[in-house]
Design a protein around this ligand. Structure first.
Ligand code: GAP
Length: 511
């Protein structure tokens, strides 16, 4: 598993997807840049999200709010007081950890793994007669471990919710969790650490601190009234936005999973109070369907109910994907109640309510939020689609089996030889198709090498121009996944490829 993750990271660098930021200065920890292919894939993923929200829903609109917001925003939203991570240091290695993550990792590695082992053993023993549900309900070892897990989770939740960090530290001591670097259990106290970056608007010391937004959602809440009024929106309706967010993640790790600067795609769906449960279920289902529509098998996803709710939520669930390093969150769906709008109403003194003509009452709307990290989605997409295959001629290839509409290059136009009119014909085809598709042109190197490079970045189709092309106005069209090559006439290219490469077709499958 470790190795497959390393392979993903080196593939991302080698093929121009993701680079360490400021690499020539030895890099900046937990900050990354997207290269020439990465930016294309990222743009296509963002478009898939944006269109599925804004274009496919008649009652969802988009905005693009500024990263800087009035400092009062973060007091009202609770981020100044409550957006903290509980951190603990190992006195010997001097390494800092998130105390809750140390405990969660213990559960995953020590308890979950034991349960999984029992399941594997039983599967082998009972073969076809194995009944997983029955086994989980009755096996004493599984039940004992489930109980242990529950007890730890309850203690952790209690410690975090009451902000009694001594409980959290005691759990680490009682579970005998050791520092992975020093191997010792010599821990400091647990302390809360705020994750927001602060700066100043003007360069004077008396200026109130300005924060880089840690979530894009607040820009939506602050524009609720503007959008509702100018768009004449009626409940239920949604506001979507994509953009950068910043968090001072002390324990940044796992490549682009946890970054200090990252991109979110968030949608706040405003509903009548009392309808939030129904909409929460609706968005859980809709969002999972959006993920699996990209071709990822359903069993690579699971829902994870939050035990520790964020300060604004009355229900929350994560959509987790099975990365090479285990199931981890890609998206959160949160029932945020009327917390944010009420807070902004009281801190700003502006009425943020809607009038319900049936009950004849003014109320603050409730909110269901869907929030996905674009960088995590990017990592998911590469993890899921990067494959190593042995070809019929026994050569190995790395192939990125991306959904065609998302690929950085949709077509590669490859003259077989750099003579006899082939490059000229290739350029002509490029100029005809470039308005419709993302095309790439290359006439250097052997055709085999060029195919390998296009496979590695996920180009779904290669168009090869040879002598016959010049004589008969035909090309070969090579399919990335089946390796099938067929000769077709140049005039047919556009009509043959439009549906196969279309984002609209991918979106249609959602309906
Ligand atoms: N507005 C709600 C919110 O921000 P969150 O669970 O803190 O909720 C939502 O973040 C999503 O943003 C996560 O599911 C994850 O995909 C992404 N995300 C959060 N922190 C991140 C980080 N440090 N690096 C990359 N992605 C991150």
């Amino acid at each position: 598993m470790e190795d497959s993750f390393k392979k993903i990271i080196s593939h991302c660098k080698e093929y121009g997807f993701v680079f360490q930021s400021s690499e020539i200065y030895d890099g900046l920890a937990a900050v990354y840049d997207y290269g020439q292919n990465g930016v294309m894939l990222k743009n296509h993923l963002r478009q898939y999200w944006w269109k599925s929200m804004v274009q496919l829903h008649q009652n969802i609109v988009g905005i693009d709010s500024a990263i800087f917001m009035h400092p009062k925003t973060w007091k009202a939203s609770g981020h100044i007081d409550g957006f903290n991570d509980p951190l603990i240091d190992n006195k010997d290695s001097k390494k800092r950890y998130r105390a809750d993550v140390l405990i969660e990792d213990y559960i995953e590695n020590k308890i979950e793994k034991k349960i999984q082992k029992e399941i594997e053993k039983a599967k082998k023993r009972f073969g076809q007669n194995f009944d997983l549900e029955e086994f989980l309900r009755t096996n004493p070892n599984v039940l004992r471990n489930q109980e242990k897990k529950k007890a730890i989770n309850e203690k952790l939740k209690n410690g975090l919710e009451t902000n009694d960090l001594q409980i959290v530290r005691q759990l680490i001591i009682d579970l005998e969790i050791a520092c992975p670097i020093s191997g010792t259990k010599n821990w400091t106290e647990v302390k809360q650490f705020n994750l927001m970056y602060s700066t100043q608007m003007n360069a004077t010391e008396s200026d109130e601190a300005l924060y880089l937004r840690p979530e894009t959602a607040q820009g939506i809440f602050l524009n609720y009234l503007n959008v509702q009024k100018t768009g004449r929106m009626k409940l239920p309706f949604g506001i979507a936005q994509t953009g950068k967010a910043f968090r001072n993640e002390i324990i940044a790790r796992q490549f682009i999973m946890r970054m200090k600067e990252f991109e979110q795609m968030e949608m706040q769906f405003f509903v009548k109070p009392g309808e939030q449960k129904e909409w929460f279920e609706y968005w859980k289902k809709t969002r999972l369907n959006w993920h699996t529509n990209l071709g990822t098998p359903k069993d690579k996803y699971r829902f994870h109910e939050h035990t520790k709710l964020a300060h604004y939520a009355d229900a929350a669930v994560d959509i987790e994907y099975q990365f090479p390093f285990g199931f981890k969150e890609v998206e959160g769906i949160h029932s945020r109640t009327d917390f944010d709008l009420s807070q902004h109403q009281s801190h700003s003194g502006k009425k943020i309510q809607y009038f319900d003509s049936i009950s004849e009452k003014s109320q603050v709307p409730y909110v269901i939020e869907t929030s996905i990290g674009l960088d995590r989605l990017f990592l998911l997409t590469i993890s899921e689609n990067l494959k190593t295959e042995t070809l019929p001629n026994r050569e190995q290839r790395n192939v990125l089996c991306l959904p065609p509409a998302l690929a950085p290059n949709q077509l590669a136009i490859l003259p077989l030889l750099k003579k006899d009119g082939m490059p000229e014909m290739g350029k002509k085809i490029f100029d005809e198709l470039k308005f419709e598709f993302n095309c790439y042109f290359e006439d250097k190197d052997s055709i085999g090498k060029r195919y390998r490079r296009q496979d590695a970045i996920g180009t779904p189709y290669c168009i090869t121009i040879d002598h016959e092309s010049i004589e008969q106005e035909t090309v070969t069209l090579r399919d990335r996944d089946t390796l099938h090559q067929e000769r077709i006439s140049i005039s047919e290219l556009k009509s043959r490829l439009t549906d196969k490469l279309s984002l609209a077709k991918l979106l249609e499958k959602l309906e």
